[in-house]
Design a protein around this ligand. Sequence first.
Ligand code: AHR
Length: 502
Amino acid sequence: TSAHLTIDPHFIVGPVNRRLFGSFVEHLGRCVYDGIYEPGHATADEHGYRGDVIELVRELGVSTIRYPGGNFVSGYRWEDGVGPRDQRPRRLDLAWHSTETNQVGLDEFAVWSKKVGSELMYAVNLGTRGVQEALDVLEYANIRSGTALSDRRVANGAPEPHDIRMWCLGNEMDGPWQLGHGTARDYAELASKTARAMRQVDPDLELVVCGSSGAQMPTFGTWERVVLEETYDDIDFISCHAYYEPHEGDYDSFLASAVNMDRFIDSVVATADHVKAVRGSDKSINISFDEWNVWYQSRYNEVDRITSVDDWPVAPRLLEDSYSVVDAVVFGNLLISLIRHSDRVTAASLAQLVNVIAPIMTEPGGPAWRQTTFFPFAVTSRLARGVSLELKLDCPTYDTGSYGQVPVVDAVATFDEESGETSVFLVNRSMDEHVAIDIDVRMLGDVSLSEVRSLHDEDMHAANTLQDPDRVRLRGNDTARLRDGTVALSLPPVSWTALTLV
Ligand code: AHR
């Protein structure tokens, strides 16, 4: 099979915002406890944060980190997590049927975020709470001092404001599983009131209103329209969430998951622009794709879910998916989709970061290691700079049960004027065929190949585990040649590749 790609740095989609490479830490399972925080661990610092995890998070290249949920936030009282640790209450976490010890809260997480070099993005509880509590946590976090709540933060050992810029107005409020779920209209009224109140404190906050928990939701489309009609002038982003897994062994469709993400994004942009047109507004609403990943959700529902009224474990092993090579190829393709839409997707959060559907895994008292998905994220975050480019791609298609005919290859490129670097990210979705691709780079001028790396394995189900943490790594792709303005290379079946020209 062969394919042809043309790159022209003049065809700009939009700037690649660093916030596209965000992630998400929820109080869920072992993400916080035994994940980022394990005071007894050999690598723990003076705050109890695992040093090995901090190093891996830095290597991953994570920009923004959404916190503290997720479904968790819709029953959360932020005050429980601040002040002297020995006075913090233990609470039922209804979202994950666990006990929340509150040993980590806003102040601790702000310290950790700084250590890993990430921006903290905070979600307020609009499930069981409302305007006042959102104002309270905003005052606690962002006001310098001289008021009851800001002085409380100072007294709790955080003299400087946390200066949180991005705030999520609740989480997945369209989902019937969400505490406090209601109609789009009910949510939109509360979100609008909360947003306006928060802007009375600081008009420059960047506010994210809840879109749908997935394009498969029965209210998808209508939810976005109703919520935006009510909140359009008060917010900056609408959220999208999407998780993918193979259904009944249909890997052809699974490998094309990014087609679904593309359509999802296009639909939300169309809906937002429809509301803009009806209102005659000059302002555009962008997307915060603040939960995306491969997630074997069926396994959670069938095996992991805790329901007994007598069972409220602390930091149980939940959603600890082990990711294979095929998962990482789909994952890399989802990043390609996000970058392709960088004119309107200006923030995104990989859900999640440690242990819970995560690129980084830990064992209590033991090592931390990189899952297969770590690699496409780390490389894309490092290389995708400058602007994203519109490409001309000619390649064969194949048939999928879920999305009809889809291209065998998917690709995106970024161009960074400052460094002169062009990076191309490609996937081969074929289960059995190599693709010989020619990339016409004549419009880039006199360039040479500086880096070509692929994620591929003879066994597409290979994964990194506690027993074999380095089983899957990135490989060089020595088939790549640049001659007369054309890069020729071979993409193995079920593979993800990144190459850089400079
Ligand atoms: O990331 C896991 C869960 O998925 C989040 O808590 C929720 O928002 C979504 O349904």
